[in-house]
Design a protein around this ligand. Structure first.
Ligand SMILES: O=C(O)[C@H](O)[C@@H](O)[C@H](O)[C@H](O)COP(=O)(O)O
Length: 254
């Protein structure tokens, strides 16, 4: 049975970011208590900025974090389009995350998308395979954004990757959102996470949030994110983004 989504809507991005930070901290505490580490996958776009509310918070055990990318643009790691570059500038440069715990794409394989995706999949295997005998890795937390067309990570509407059932990491060379070459976690990997949090802000996201939450049968990529229980699916949005949504809002509590 897919888990029921929970929707939290906040008056502004500062309140949203602070509550998201509390949510992440709770996930980190539970994961570190259980396994001594916290595995998280993050997206690009506006997401890394919302994570800056974690900077300086008591209780963040940065040395236990193992960070992957839910999707990555296939460009050099110091390119302005790189999700890693963005996260590094926004977050890692300000907090003590061990360099080796940040799992980037292999910059030597940018010319060969298939090898690049395979190598990233192997990176996941190294992180998860011994810990879990399940067919797919179980991230402690995956943070996703929502595109104006309903895409999430680099899973775009109508794309054949939406029916991928086997691979953990796949590539595309025809992303409608530039840059065109990307790798992405696949839906089965995303849907096996212990927790998934979407973050969407701004009035521009309102029609799409309505489509995803109130009309999921349209099958847009973000609506296909449906972890099986006990996986959790939580939406952190601001009031302008949730303005057109009928789906019930919950009061934020941990
Ligand atoms: O392009 C990327 O790297 C993404 O990971 C992508 O899926 C992003 O999260 C959404 O497009 C939302 O982007 P915004 O938060 O900037 O609207």
């Amino acid at each position: 049975m897919p888990t029921q989504s929970v929707l939290y809507s906040f008056p502004d991005t500062a309140t949203l970011s602070d509550s998201l930070a509390e949510y992440i901290l709770k996930a980190q505490r539970e994961s570190v208590d259980k396994r001594g580490r916290f595995s998280i996958a993050i997206s690009g776009g506006s997401l890394p900025k919302t994570l800056t509310a974690l900077i300086g918070k008591t209780g963040v055990k940065w040395d236990k974090w193992h960070i992957f990318y839910a999707d990555e643009r296939v460009v050099p790691l110091d390119h302005p389009d790189s999700n890693h570059h963005l996260a590094k500038n926004t977050l890692y440069s300000q907090v003590p995350i061990p360099h080796e715990n940040i799992h980037t794409i292999d910059p030597d394989l940018l010319d060969n998308l298939e090898e690049l995706a395979d190598a990233y999949e192997k990176e996941l295997v190294r992180e998860f395979a011994q810990k879990d005998s399940a067919r797919f890795p179980v991230f402690d937390l995956i943070l996703l954004g929502l595109g104006p067309d309903g895409h999430t990570a680099s899973l775009f509407p109508g794309h054949e990757l939406l029916s991928e059932e086997d691979r953990w990491v796949a590539y595309i060379e025809d992303s409608p959102k530039p840059p065109p070459r990307r790798i992405t976690l696949t839906l089965p990997v995303i849907n096996h996470a212990a927790r998934i949090a979407f973050v969407a802000t701004g009035a521009g996201k309102a029609p799409m949030l309505n489509a995803i939450l109130d009309n999921p049968e349209q099958g847009l990529p973000a609506a296909r994110v449906k972890p099986a229980a006990p996986g959790q699916l939580v939406w952190f949005v601001d009031d302008p983004a949730s303005a057109e949504v009928k789906f019930p809002k919950s009061e934020f509590k941990l």
